[in-house]
Design a protein around this ligand. Sequence first.
Ligand code: GLA
Length: 385
Amino acid sequence: MGYDPYNTFGVTIDQALIVSIVRAMARDGMRAAGYHYIILDDGWQGPRTPAGQITADPRRFPCGMTRLTAFIHAMGFDVGIYTTPAARSCSGRTGSAGHVRTDARTFADWGVDYLKLDWCGADYSPAGAAAIARTWRTALAATHRRMILSINAGGSPSVGPWARTIATSWRVGGDICGSWYNQTQPPSATARRCYDRVYHEGIFDYLTYPGVRAQAALAGPGHYIDPDMLEVGTAGESAAGHDLPTPALDPAEAMTNFAIWAMWSAPLIAGNDPRTMGAGEIRNILLNRDIIGIDQDPLGRPATLVLSQGGWQVWRKPLPGGRAALAIVNLAGQSATATFAWSQVGTSARPASISDAWSRRPVPPGASLRVRLGAHATAVYLLGG
Ligand code: GLA
């Protein structure tokens, strides 16, 4: 769990922004809820010194990286940083090509705990990408600082089989967009920061494809599929300065984004502006203890799709002690009601107990499960016994 500014701020980040976000996250309970990695995504990099050492952009990070990471640690967080194996990052900033060992050493000296290794311009072939990731793993190990590796070698199904042994998480799709879908206006081809909507022909759809499901089956404790960072509370696709005609996620869609990522045991990397989150529904979503608990359970097994029909999806995730979580999604564009037999949702008998994860209240177990949901909303139940 953590925070990454990219979905709201793009690559326009600086020291003052990061400091104010860290303060807000500490003050408003995000740290206490578990969001502990503060990830400095693309945009932090400056030039290399004549000796080849990477530096932070001196205009954006005037106090330097060592002081910023010390501040982040002192506030009780861990530090993530972005780089790429190519000469240039996705936004054209300094990359790590030819400097893997030096950069791993520099990140360790800065106190980095998490490396986001992106791939723009690097070798995406299965053998080439795996070799790059292994080189990084070895370089990180040589620093003797524990750093987890989060890789984005493209979303292809060929990544999972090698990535699970090298990385803590690997991306299974393209860059997420802060919208559900837009049937009437196709996405503009210009100035995109993202390619994959949350649901329609996007990340949510991918996880139903056999190739991506096969990658999900590889996940477990210490290695997780990454459907990209959360769009809960972001301003949508226009957030990073692009004027696409698609709306941000509405509250029901934001709940679905959060719930389904948790059902997939995916990294929960918030991407909103925590400074303006306030005490309302976005905070209630991001800080929901039951949904976070589903995400963080020790089994770490992504949910399987047990039913998909008539505009409904039912996902089921095993939890320790014979318990399970059930997420029921109304994909329709209007409210709908449905009744599911327990056998339809992967349970042979009525569970001993049920609680609604959103309200954190018990639900009397009935002979079947009846739900009424608004458009694009998701109900989440914890089933006991
Ligand atoms: C790629 C990644 C994003 C983000 C940007 C930064 O597109 O997939 O998550 O890191 O690069 O430029």
